[in-house]
Write a protein that binds this ligand. Structure first.
Ligand SMILES: [Zn+2]
Length: 450
């Protein structure tokens, strides 16, 4: 057993804390209030290791008692706090108390949608739609916890290097906490459309004269010297927040685990977080069996799928290219943890082409559900596994949709209005200002539908 294989701390190891931060590489332990972004001894990634929940006498709680606690917790807080993250506080950030910075977030729906099920060929398909979070993506779940850590450690500011969903979430939660949010991006390399939410929520956007690596280096140095708290993808508290996607969907299913949980995979933060959530839930007896995790990559950004095929003997990197920008990652940061997640859950890693992802997205959108392009990889993945006979009749499958349909409006305009070759385009129709013209359009759609 390696240093990072512990699921829960013993009382002896916990040294009076409800959780600690432990280095994955060397096992060095830090207090939960240490703001270091990485292991001070070896530079390794930090993980949060919890003590299993106990009662007031210090005795371990039963699974039933823990589940009951999740139900009671939000309602028991002053003013009520219906957050789908902080309901699970005892397994996320015990004792966060007044520092909690919440909109709230989570409590996202688990949807059964006949048209999407038919598309995927899977009757038992449910969609866990993380686009219903306050800034429109799952990142809010990690960011509420990361920002709370910044508040309780007295950070002067929070920062990340990103132009996508992460910076939108950071900007929103920094504003909520009342501390400055800083987003570092390479000057001249940013599509301002992607930054729109970040600018609106008031984060300072620093256009660094240099490339993305220069941004990362600067944000790390600035965090060490200026007391800025780093909220990049390897922040251990963000992982804890992202675990609640799984805890919440298990709770929604009455703790009767599905057969498969299928998710889009880029930087592998969610694959790692989902694996940790399932490991902990199983160790506590919250679930009696572990669902198979399926990480779905875009074919043009599939180093982890390549690794899976060779038994993870090689850590692959690729020059990533895909329309699904949120998973366009060539060198995933959370590789080792994701390998553990796939191994422990008898999981799978597959890839889908951009055409398959777009096709699935169009089906999800047209069902009135909608999602960002990367999200559709999960439904495309389900369709592939049904075709390959891996997912069978009667299997219960949860596919995670990570972001809202409005996250990538540029792609929608292109698909539906600008691509003459796209057969499923829903083109706007220009008409004369007459009722007859409207009647003709309705008659036309009836013919199409028939
Ligand atoms: Zn270390």
């Amino acid at each position: 057993m390696g240093v990072s294989d512990t699921v829960f701390l013993s009382a002896h190891e916990a040294l009076g804390h409800a959780c600690i931060q432990r280095c994955d590489a060397c096992g060095h332990d830090l207090s939960p209030l240490d703001p270091s972004p990485e292991c001070p001894s070896c530079g390794g990634l930090l993980a949060i290791i919890h003590r299993a929940p106990v009662d007031v006498m210090g005795a371990p709680l039963s699974a039933k008692a823990i589940q009951h606690g999740f139900m009671q917790h939000c309602c028991a807080l002053p003013m009520g706090h219906p957050s789908g993250v902080w309901r699970f506080e005892s397994l996320v950030m015990p004792g966060a108390g007044d520092a909690i910075t919440s909109h709230p977030e989570g409590n996202t729906p688990l949807m059964a949608r006949r048209r999407v099920s038919e598309y995927a060929g899977c009757d038992g398909l449910l969609l866990k739609h993380e686009g219903y979070n306050p800034t429109g993506s799952f990142k809010d779940r990690g960011m509420t916890v990361g920002t709370t850590q910044a508040v309780r450690t007295g950070a002067t500011a929070v920062a990340c290097a990103s132009t996508g969903n992460t910076s939108a979430a950071l900007a929103s939660y920094a504003a909520q906490a009342g501390i400055p949010g800083l987003v570092f991006v390479p000057a001249g390399k940013v599509a301002l459309g992607k930054m729109a939410q970040t600018l609106a929520y008031g984060a300072k956007t620093l256009l660094v004269r240099g490339d993305f690596d220069a941004c990362l280096k600067l944000v790390q140095e600035a965090s060490r010297e200026l007391g800025i708290y780093l909220l990049n993808s390897i922040n251990p508290w963000r992982v804890e927040g992202q675990k609640t996607i799984v805890l919440e969907l298990l709770q929604q299913l009455g703790w009767d685990a599905p057969d498969f949980i299928v998710l889009p995979a880029g930087n592998l933060g969610n694959t790692a977080a989902f694996g940790k959530a399932l490991r902990e839930a199983h160790a506590l007896g919250l679930i009696s069996r572990i669902p198979r995790l399926v990480s779905v990559q875009a074919a043009g950004a599939a180093p982890f799928a390549m690794g899976f095929r060779d038994g993870f003997i090689t850590r692959h990197t690729v020059q990533a290219e895909t329309i699904a920008t949120a998973i366009r990652i060539g060198d995933p940061a959370s590789w080792d943890r994701a390998v553990r997640a796939i191994r422990e859950t008898n999981g799978l890693v597959i890839s889908c082409t951009d055409d398959e992802i777009v096709d699935a997205k169009v089906a999800i959108d047209a069902a009135g559900v909608g999602c960002e392009p990367a999200s559709a990889a999960s439904v495309a993945g389900v369709q592939q596994l049904v075709r390959d006979g891996v997912i069978r009749d009667g299997d219960r499958v949860v596919a995670v949709l990570t972001g809202h349909v409005l996250k990538d409006p540029g792609m929608l305009v292109e698909l539906h209005q600008q691509r003459p070759d796209f057969a499923k385009a829903n083109r706007p129709i220009e008409i004369d200002a007459s009722v007859q013209a409207v009647a003709d359009v309705i008659a036309g759609s009836r013919t199409e539908a028939a």
